[in-house]
Design a protein around this ligand. Structure first.
Ligand SMILES: C[S@@+](CC[C@H](N)C(=O)[O-])C[C@H]1O[C@@H](n2cnc3c(N)ncnc32)[C@H](O)[C@@H]1O
Length: 203
């Protein structure tokens, strides 16, 4: 595998030194997309929230700031991501921040636990996305929201060539999948040049 390809494969599952570098880069590089996407959400105090594919944990910090007295949970398949997310949130770890290694396919949480679930730049890597969306639906409270944030991709873009196991979804495809999974009030928000947030609510 070429060096560039090996580096970008760390987007899907950060590992080792290159993975740690990628996590630092993503914590800063994904800030504009994440902050814009979170502005669309009508946050309330004391929410319980989950960030799936939490990477280096910057989104967990951002979520905490938007809801006073909240608790945030992060989950990621990568051991390296979990370690970094714990380190970045160490002051509140085990108190208001909880980070677990695991997959979107089988979320280790009770039904109806979360007011908000987020997924930033990660759904491209989830196996069997419809099954994962059922899991998100299961762990949300009735009236809870799911926010997917992505940079709009072309199916044959350089990213899908560079990142092994990546599937490019258009925002329209993601909205359709949310509709099929039983979400309501689904909608697509866009910001130039390439940002999209796809929202759905559990009835
Ligand atoms: C491109 S990174 C984005 C990380 C973070 N959300 C951010 O915005 O910086 C994608 C993350 O999704 C994680 N991931 C990939 N497949 C996953 C799965 N099936 N379940 C949970 N996390 C997954 C990867 O390990 C990686 O940390």
């Amino acid at each position: 595998m070429g060096l560039l390809k090996s580096f970008f494969t760390n987007c899907a599952n950060p590992k080792g030194r290159m993975g740690r570098l990628m996590l630092c880069f993503m914590n800063f590089g994904h800030a504009p997309l994440t902050n814009w996407g979170l502005d669309i959400v009508d946050f309330q105090d004391e929410w319980t929230m989950l960030d799936i594919g939490c990477g280096g944990g910057a989104t967990l910090k951002r979520l905490l700031k938007r809801s006073n007295g909240s608790r945030v949970y992060g989950i990621d398949i990568s051991e390296e991501s979990v370690a970094k997310a714990r380190k970045v949130n160490d002051a509140l770890l085990g108190k208001r921040v909880f980070v677990t290694q695991g997959s979107a396919e089988k979320l280790p949480y009770d039904d109806g636990l979360f007011d908000l679930v987020t997924a930033v730049e990660t759904v491209y890597f989830w196996p069997s996305l419809p099954d994962c969306l059922q899991e998100v639906h299961r762990v949300l409270k009735p009236g809870g929201s799911f926010a997917i944030m992505v940079e709009v991709l072309e199916a044959d873009s350089k990213w899908t060539d560079l990142c092994e196991g990546m599937t490019a979804y258009t925002p329209e495809q993601l909205k359709d999948l949310l509709d099929e999974a039983g979400f309501i009030q689904t909608g697509i928000h866009r910001k130039k040049p390439s940002y999209a947030t796809i929202l759905g609510v559990k009835p």
